[in-house]
Design a protein around this ligand. Structure first.
Ligand code: SF4
Length: 884
């Protein structure tokens, strides 16, 4: 009998926290942390805590659609199978492709990969994990012979030195960060953060190295050389378990002179660099964890190998509290790697070698296994644009927003003969380019497994029925496979069948050659699969494995780990037209293109608009004002953003969030500006380093529109929308004289007979305040100004909750000033506990003077802790204002 609660796994980041959700409850029911899950022991970050707010049906794709019209499943599946078959017959298997996602469950991934690589016969299946950690995958294979993360999360708790490189762990992997912080305090461990930006993670660091963008390789090669020069090596380990040290060291030495020269190359203070080297040298238990800041670079693979080199040289790998550690971004990036979701891998960690292809052929009983790697993401969309790829099936991802040179991707899809999208959301940028849309079951509606950053396989369990005609991805792909003539080899009744096959393949002709082996799980019954507890691969009859390589044996032909030689590239000269470097990344409370987190009013409140960060000197030089607007221009496109002038950003660099799309903004998508340059080995795009310039934008008017009705894209140069409790808030600005200021009736038409109007129009000052009241409640309001300030959004948003507007409030709508004592409580600072800035400022005014006491008094910052840096900022700002 099924329990009233389902234990499942958070669908966001690669930490892989366990959650508990009520079965059969109404959508929107509260979801909590699973205290029995070894990753999070019941804790969740803001995104996980607010999962319940994102499980509604708003925006869901409920039925198969063809060119905008509803069709039946049979018609859609028949057409997909026929089109793919016809194109393969006419042009060969490489004329079709799948582009999939780290959001898929392992079982979905397995079936998609099997169809493409095993039966269509092409390597052309790639995944959005290419954008996230493919450089780490390539580096693992070069160093270890296989894509293996050697360590586990306990290592962060058992280390005496934790080095975080290119990772804003406090925001992007909050629960892992809280684990390491708790242990840091207990063990008195040191934390070093290497990041060009001063992120929230730096607040807890003992040392922040604000490295110049793109110089990580120089830094770690310098560390490697200095460790060798100072004799901080493990000669026995190097002699018995590694190869290639001399070549790697001599390559590293080519670019390394003195510490001061290396520090200068990295834009660092030489004393800080010496401190880092000294701490690394003297600390046996050192974990070096890295994320997108390392991976998303043209030298991403070399950078990861440079980190690994330092750990191999010192023998610090495979033992408690030490090792290189790749923190993955997506919930199932690792699961995708297990089944060959990347175009250059086969399933079960098999390579495209003659032997690997033959093994897979025997297992799948097919003579059509692809014999060479397929196209990696950026190349794949180039091939779509040139017509080499004529049919593309995209699953659970939004490449028109997330890929670099995103407008090129949009155009490529529009020229493609046949585009299929399976997704749970109806109106994404990519959906607008698809011929057929297939409604996929969403998180909470489907069953399967995911694997987190520490190789831990956890179950995702359904606790809601799929709405409309939505189906799980494995079912959709299997149905197309059957219709393409492969019915015998896609006989799955459910995800348990697929998991058993996946597990069997991992042990097939393995004999210990591949670390990825979960064949001990190949005989799980359906009930055992349903009850499967989180377990780390490899799995044998005794259970899972926390750490690998502790015995010094590696899955290379020689059994030794490999040092990899690399020379830092000559730094590129800044281009005159693009003197800045554009970096991009995540915000604390949002996920990817906000298709889900954007549904949560609480999550949307903390960063309501996309703000581009710029250093004060660069802003001043360009005439850009804090809080105003700026245009960022690159060789590939441009975007408009609010400006945040901040000392967190170093001179010469810009930062923009990745979350906004055409569905939520006019021109604030990051991907449209990012260059399509990639690492030559991994094919991972260099999202962190696009040459750019910034220009001020002086709007002719600014406005916001608060409404209970969602509207289609407003017609002005700048708009951004965010979800509220009971409505939407649109920020609007006219950027050219062609952008006519809106009137409330042009935004939404409401029957005159049903509404009462409140309006103040001051043409001379360029002020317009309009509101409509229906049934005594605020229906909507438009606040517009040409030169002045706009009223408080928080106050007006609060009016949506009122059941009746009295005369005072109506008068306040005209003046734009709240009734005394009703100024709103500010924006959300602590999303987990729902604490707004007003409550925190009140606590500061009452004398609370540090983060802990504010937490004790308000609750803010007491759950996942990722808002603590913001609370600290409010305290500091208040102190500065008081002192002025
Ligand atoms: Fe989800 Fe947050 Fe845990 Fe990541 S850290 S898995 S987003 S709850």
């Amino acid at each position: 009998m099924k329990q009233p609660f389902a234990k499942t796994t958070c669908p966001y980041c690669g930490v892989g926290c366990g959650v508990v959700a009520p079965r059969g409850a109404a959508r929107g029911a509260r979801i909590s942390g699973d205290i029995s899950h070894p990753v999070n022991a019941g804790r969740l970050c803001s995104k996980g805590s607010l999962l319940g707010e994102t499980t509604g049906l708003e925006g869901r794709l409920l039925h198969p659609m063809k060119k905008g019209a509803r069709v039946g499943w049979d018609e859609a599946l028949d057409e997909i199978a026929a089109k793919f078959t016809d194109i393969v017959d006419a042009h060969g298997p490489d004329a079709v492709a799948f582009y999939v996602s780290g959001q898929l469950l392992t079982e979905d991934y397995y079936v998609a990969n099997k169809l493409m690589k095993g039966f269509i016969g092409s390597g052309n299946i790639d995944t959005n994990s290419r954008l996230c950690m493919s450089s780490a995958v390539a580096a693992h294979k070069r160093a270890f012979g296989e894509d293996v993360v050697p360590g586990c999360y306990e290592d962060f708790e058992e280390a005496d030195l934790i080095v975080l490189v290119g990772s804003n762990t406090a925001w992007c992997h909050p629960i892992l960060y809280q684990r390491l912080l708790a242990a840091k305090t207990k063990r008195n461990a040191r934390l070093v953060v290497i990041d060009p930006r001063r992120t929230a993670t730096c607040d807890d660091a003992d040392l922040h190295l604000p490295i110049a963008p793109g110089t990580d390789l120089a830094l770690f090669n310098a560390l490697f050389c200095e460790l060798a020069a100072r004799g901080v090596t493990d000669p026995d380990y190097v002699a018995n378990h590694t190869e290639g040290l001399d070549e790697a060291l001599s390559a590293a030495r080519e670019g390394h002179g003195s510490i001061s020269a290396a520090a200068e190359a990295c834009g660092l203070d030489a004393r800080d660099m010496e401190t880092f080297i000294r701490w690394f040298a003297e600390t046996e238990r050192t974990v070096t964890a890295f994320s997108q800041g390392v991976n998303q670079s043209k030298t991403g693979v070399d950078q990861v190998n440079a980190i690994v080199n330092c750990h191999l040289l010192t023998g610090r790998i495979g033992r408690p509290g030490m090792g290189p550690f790749s923190i993955t971004g997506q919930p199932n990036a690792m699961g995708g790697r297990e089944v060959g979701g990347l175009a250059n891998q086969l399933a079960a960690h098999l390579d495209f070698s003659e032997e690997g292809c033959a093994t897979l052929s025997r297992f799948w009983q097919t003579d059509r296994v692809a014999t060479s790697p397929g196209l990696k993401a950026v190349d794949l969309f180039d091939a779509v644009a040139t017509g080499r790829v004529k049919a593309l099936w995209i699953m659970a991802t939004n490449p028109v927003v997330s890929l670099p040179n995103a407008e090129f991707v949009r155009r490529a899809l529009r020229t493609c003969d046949f585009v299929v999208l399976s997704d749970c959301i109806a109106n994404t940028d990519t959906a607008a380019c698809a011929d057929i849309l297939l409604p996929a079951a969403a998180w909470g509606e489907k069953d399967g497994t995911v694997t987190n950053s520490e190789r831990r396989i956890s179950r995702q369990r359904a606790f809601m029925a799929p709405p409309g005609e939505a189906k799980p991805d494995w079912w959709i792909v299997g149905e197309v496979a059957r219709r393409m003539g492969f019915a015998d080899t896609f006989p799955y009744r459910g995800p348990a069948d697929i998991f058993r096959e996946h597990a069997r393949l991992s042990g097939f002709e393995n004999d210990g050659a591949r670390c990825f082996d979960i064949s001990a799980l190949a005989h799980l019954s359906d009930a055992e699969y349903e009850a499967l507890a989180p377990v780390q691969w490899p799995v044998d009859t005794r259970g899972g494995t926390s750490r690998l390589f502790g015995n010094g044996l590696f899955p290379t032909p020689s059994g030794r780990a490999r040092f990899v030689a690399s020379v830092p590239p000559v730094p590129a000269k800044r281009h005159g037209a693009f003197p800045l470097v554009l970096n991009s990344g995540r915000l604390r409370d949002q996920w990817h293109t906000m298709a889900r987190t954007g549904l949560s009013p609480t999550l949307a409140s903390n960063a309501p608009e996309p703000a581009a960060e710029i250093h004060e000197a660069d802003a001043r030089a360009a005439g850009i004002e804090d809080g105003g607007f700026m245009r960022i221009v690159t060789a590939y496109g441009s975007g408009i953003f609010r400006t945040s002038v901040t000392a967190a950003q170093q001179r010469g660099s810009l930062f923009v969030p990745i979350h906004w799309s055409s569905a939520t903004s006019a021109m604030s998508g990051a991907g449209r500006m990012v260059h399509p340059e990639t690492d030559p080995v991994s094919g991972q795009p260099a999202f962190k380093h696009t040459p750019a310039r910034a220009e001020p934008v002086m709007p002719h008017w600014r406005a916001f529109f608060l409404s209970r009705h969602e509207i289609t894209s407003p017609s002005c140069g700048y708009w951004v929308v965010r979800r509220l409790e009971g409505g939407w808030l649109y920020e609007l600005a006219g950027l050219t004289t062609a952008d006519a200021p809106p009137d409330i009736d042009t935004l939404v038409q409401l029957p005159d007979a049903e509404v009462e109007r409140v309006e103040m129009r001051d043409t001379a000052r360029g002020v317009l305040r309009q509101a409509r009241v229906r049934d005594g409640c605020l229906a909507d309001c438009l606040m517009l100004t040409r030169t002045g300030e706009l009223p408080s959004r928080d106050w007006l948003v609060g009016l949506l909750a009122l059941e009746a507007l009295d005369e005072n409030v109506r008068g306040a709508l005209l003046t734009g000033h709240p009734v005394e004592g009703e100024g709103g409580e500010g924006r959300i600072v602590c999303a987990c506990m729902g604490i707004r800035s007003g409550a925190i400022l009140a606590a500061i005014a009452d004398g609370e003077c540090d983060v802990a006491s504010i937490g004790a008094c308000t609750g803010a910052g007491t759950n996942c802790g990722s808002c603590r840096s913001e609370i600290r900022g409010l305290i500091e700002r208040t102190r500065t204002e008081e002192a002025a």
